[in-house]
Structures are given as structure tokens and as C-alpha cells.
Design a protein around this ligand. Structure first.
Ligand SMILES: Nc1ncnc2c1ncn2[C@@H]1O[C@H](COP(=O)(O)OP(=O)(O)OP(=O)(O)O)[C@@H](O)[C@H]1O
Length: 230
């Protein structure tokens, strides 16, 4: 069996208190393994983003246990959580690229934040990753000049250049047309396979679901259905 990247047991989370209290996640059990590409589907407000933020160590659960990359979140202080987050790649609907930087600089910036950064090695890694996402030769261009799909590919390169064991994507195709969105998801699937990382993608985009290895369906804060692709 491949490596466990994340293990969640009895995870619950909610927001607010008193009469305004809203329970968003209930009794979530989940195991993620290296090399899996998981789609997280479910109606709006069902808790997908909340679950992704827990998997990204962006918040700690109110109840239950979350182990990420071999570490129990309960034992980590703020610095420990930040160090854990640096080992996770994030791709969002709005790509949060720095428009004033070049394409290459945006990808390199992800490496500068890591301990032991080495400019020459980092540049080589960023150039190789741009090649992998089909943007070889475009590194010097201002990011703002790229199309939406190209910018999302830069965001994928930025998330994967650190070689994370876990990549989280929240609606990565939402601002893209069908063909472009599918190309971005196919790219994520290819890179996940070649780098052996686990990817969890929150999505409403039915057109990309044939590209994943597993589907999880969230409803009323519970993972109701787990369907393994053949
Ligand atoms: N920081 C917060 N404070 C209060 N309520 C929140 C907060 N974050 C999320 N919620 C609420 O939790 C519920 C689940 O939200 P979440 O964003 O996880 O759903 P989702 O399945 O990702 O929805 P969508 O598909 O629309 O993005 C929603 O009712 C939302 O309003």
C-alpha cells in the first residue's frame, strides 16, 4: 500500500456560537495516499472548502484528529503549522499570482520562502517546472499578459515546484472555459502521477471527474459517498 499522506479521524468543525452556531463538518474519516487524485464534490455550502483548509493546516479542527505528512496537528504550535503548510501546494480559483512579477519570478517566489533557498538551483527548478506545464520559453513575460488558463498553469507550477507530497486545489477551473479547465486538471493529474503526490480538488466541474482516481461527495458536512475509479 502506498504512503499515507493524510489521515483524518472523527473530524468535526463549525463556526460561530450560540443560536448562530453552524456545524459544517461532522465525523469525517479520510485517508489519503501518495499518488491519489481525489475530487471533492458536493453542493455549495456543504463544507468542501472548510475540509480543504483543514487538510492544508490553515485551521485546526474543533474535534477529532488530523495527521498530515506524518504529523499530528494537535501537537503543533503556530510555527509548526506554518512549517507544515510550506510542505503543501495550494491552487485556488483565483490564482493569487503577483501580476507585477514575471512568470518565472512567480514560480521562483515559492522556493524563496523555503529554508536553504539557493538562487541558481531554484531558477533551474522553476524553469523545469514551467517546461512541465507547457510554458517553457514564457518565463520572462509579465504574468498579467498571460491568458486565464495560462495563469492557472503558472499557479500549478508554483504549487508543484516545491515538490509537495500533498496538493490542494479549490475550484481550480471555476474561472476557465471548459476546454482550458480540463487541460489544467489533466496537467494536475499528470504531475501528481509523475511526482507521486496526493491531490485533493474541490470542484463543481463535472467535466473533469473522469480524470481523478477517487471521488468523495460531501453533503451536510459528511462524506457520504466514496467511489473508486476503475
Ligand atoms: N470563516 C467562516 N465563518 C463563518 N462561517 C463560515 C466560515 N467559513 C465557512 N463558513 C460557512 O460554512 C459553510 C460551509 O462553507 P464551505 O466554504 O466549506 O462550503 P463549500 O462546500 O466549499 O461551498 P462552495 O461550493 O460554495 O464553495 C457555509 O455555510 C459557510 O457560510
Amino acid at each position: 500500500m502506498s504512503r499515507a499522506v493524510a489521515a483524518l479521524r472523527g473530524v468535526g468543525h463549525g463556526f460561530g456560537s450560540g443560536p448562530r452556531r453552524r456545524t459544517v463538518l461532522r465525523g469525517i474519516d479520510l485517508d489519503l495516499r501518495a499518488g491519489e487524485f481525489v475530487a471533492l464534490t458536493g453542493p455549495s455550502g456543504s463544507g468542501k472548502t472548510t475540509l480543504l483548509t483543514l487538510l492544508g493546516a490553515l485551521r485546526v479542527p474543533e474535534a477529532g484528529r488530523v495527521c498530515l505528512l506524518g504529523q499530528d496537528m494537535a501537537g503543533l504550535d503556530a510555527a509548526g503549522l506554518a512549517a507544515l503548510r510550506r510542505r503543501i501546494g495550494f491552487v485556488f480559483q483565483r490564482h493569487h499570482l503577483l501580476r507585477s512579477l514575471s512568470v518565472l519570478e512567480n514560480v521562483e517566489a515559492a522556493l524563496h520562502a523555503l529554508p536553504g533557498a539557493e538562487p541558481r538551483r531554484d531558477r533551474a527548478a522553476a524553469l523545469a517546472m514551467l517546461e512541465a506545464v507547457g510554458l517553457g520559453g514564457r518565463g520572462a513575460e509579465p504574468t498579467a499578459r498571460l491568458s486565464g488558463g495560462e495563469q492557472q498553469r503558472v499557479a500549478v507550477a508554483r504549487a508543484l515546484v516545491r515538490r509537495p507530497a500533498l496538493v490542494l486545489a479549490d475550484e481550480p477551473t471555476a474561472s476557465l472555459d471548459g476546454g482550458t479547465g480540463r487541460a489544467v486538471v489533466a496537467l494536475l493529474a499528470d504531475l501528481a502521477r509523475s511526482q507521486g503526490c496526493a491531490v485533493v480538488m474541490g470542484t463543481h466541474d463535472e467535466r473533469c471527474l473522469d480524470l481523478v482516481t477517487r471521488r468523495l461527495h460531501m453533503e451536510d458536512g459528511m462524506l457520504r459517498q466514496t467511489e473508486q475509479a476503475a
